[in-house]
Ligand binder design. Structure first.
Ligand code: EPU
Length: 438
């Protein structure tokens, strides 16, 4: 399989790259277009596989999608939405988690929907119970079948009051996409308030929705009978930006990330500084660099916004292997996001994972069988190795480790990284990395 990147590591990454729109917003805004009765235009769209998957799913449902790759503009015309054939949808089973968000919009447009088995990264159990409970509370009939979920709303969808057990990003989006056209008022407590969700609310407001976000994680939506299309420019991808920042740190390099935006990255920037990285906020991006000398160890806990994002954790851990002393990282969003550390240990890193909640507050995974805390002792030089990409962010972390390690590493399964990192091979070349596809 030609999916192996051979990396000649140990060379600091230097140069400039650009990040475009956020993967975890763009895909949701594409789904939102289904709710409109006129076409939408989405700009700053990155060319990543998740966008392709959602495009194909929308097309199966009769949405006309035109993409200008160069400009990063998508035109989405939902005027002829129709039910897709189960066999066609089934071909997309396992490719992404986004299909679950088609439920509300399709119920409003067609009264029924069929959702294939979901995919996405294997970083925990990733259940969909919150999503299904929400849909049922709006009055939908949900049947879990072998190949997916059949869902109907013969009597329409009615506004409701929901309290999430945990501020789930996907469940909050599910609720928003369902409530905006439901009959009456919906109130969500303990909502997720990630910047990508707030940008989705911007889109829905442009479409005609009435949504207010209170300071205490409460979101209120007044349902409206119709929505129109939108024109919107996506917020930048703060996960990709932070991934390149961690690559600069781990390789002792200097990377300017055009498009990176400070306000959504405040928490990351604080940690980057505490670890010993330097940055400069520019008008149109952020420059990140390693100033020389030793990096400093840190105690860190991942959390929902405005905490330190779980998706920032894996790339940063690679840099922490080069920090002097003991770093403690407590992962509180996913129960199983340290699997990628095995490969780093094989490359010479000193990382121990624990079931206990270390270095922070007790979380819902404490006293259970989940290895969700890590202690990283450094600095330990990384050695080249043959490694296999486990998931999207873990995969990028492996890539960073291979770039930091002196000698030749083979990183297999590199295609997974295309799900969320636009043109990453071109960007690596622009930063002076030495590699070739096998
Ligand atoms: N959860 C449940 N039941 C549910 C839904 C979630 O128990 O019905 C749990 C999950 O198992 C997890 C926690 O709640 O432990 C948080 O999950 P959340 O629903 O917030 O995550 P998501 O919507 O599935 C999105 C991003 C992830 C990102 C998380 C957290 C997309 C497509 N994915 O996932 O991004 O890590 O929010 O910010 O938006 C990535 O980009 O690599 C990625 C995994």
């Amino acid at each position: 399989m030609r999916d192996v990147l051979q990396v000649n590591g140990g060379i600091p990454l230097h140069g400039e790259i650009t990040v475009r729109g956020a993967k975890n917003f763009v895909s949701k805004a594409m789904v939102a277009s289904l709710l409109g009765d006129s076409p939408s235009e989405l700009r700053n769209v990155p060319m990543i596989r998740d966008v392709t998957v959602v495009t194909e799913l929308l097309e199966l449902h009769g949405v006309k999608v035109d993409l200008d790759e160069e400009a990063g503009t998508l035109r989405l015309d939902p005027r002829n939405v129709e039910l897709a054939h189960v066999a066609d949808i089934d071909a997309h089973a396992g490719s992404s988690r986004i299909p679950i968000l088609f439920c509300g919009p399709l119920l409003h447009r067609l009264g029924e929907a069929f959702i294939p088995d979901l995919g996405g990264c294997r970083i925990g159990d990733r259940p969909i119970n919150y999503h299904l409970d929400i849909l049922r509370q709006f009055g939908a009939e949900v049947d879990k079948l072998d190949q997916g979920i059949a869902i109907r709303a013969p009597h329409g969808l009615i506004g409701t009051k929901v309290r999430l057990p945990y501020p789930s990003v996907g469940a909050t989006e599910q609720l928003l996409l369902t409530a905006v056209r439901a009959d009456g008022i919906t109130e969500l407590s303990n909502a997720a308030i990630e910047p990508e969700i707030l940008d989705l609310i911007n889109v829905l407001q442009k479409m005609g929705a009435i949504i207010s976000v209170d300071t205490d994680r409460v979101i209120r939506i007044e349902g409206v009978p119709r929505l129109c299309g939108f024109r919107h420019t996506s917020l930048p991808d703060r996960i990709e930006a932070a991934s390149w920042a961690s690559a600069a740190l781990a390789t002792r390099g200097d990377i300017t990330v055009r498009g990176a935006h400070q306000p959504e990255m405040t928490t990351f920037l604080n940690v980057f500084r505490k670890v010993g990285g330097e940055f400069d906020v520019l008008d149109d991006g952020i420059r990140f660099w390693h100033p020389g000398g030793d990096l400093r160890s840190i105690v860190l806990e991942t959390d929902v916004h405005p905490g330190f994002m779980t998706d920032w954790q894996q790339p940063l851990v690679v840099a922490l292997t080069q920090a002097k002393g003991l770093s403690i990282v407590h992962e509180t969003v996913y129960e199983n996001r340290f699997g990628f550390a095995d490969a780093l240990i094989g490359m010479g890193a000193n990382i121990q994972v624990y079931r206990e909640c270390l270095g922070g507050h007790p979380c819902r995974f404490g006293q259970r069988n989940f290895y969700h805390s890590a202690v990283i002792s450094g600095p330990t030089p990384l050695e080249a190795a043959d490694i296999e990409v486990p998931d999207l962010r873990g995969g990028f972390s492996h890539l960073i480790a291979a770039l930091a390690a002196k000698g030749q590493s083979n990183v297999a399964g590199i295609g997974i990284i295309d799900r969320g990192y636009e043109h990453f091979r071109d960007k690596l070349s622009a930063l002076g990395a030495e590699f070739r596809m096998l």
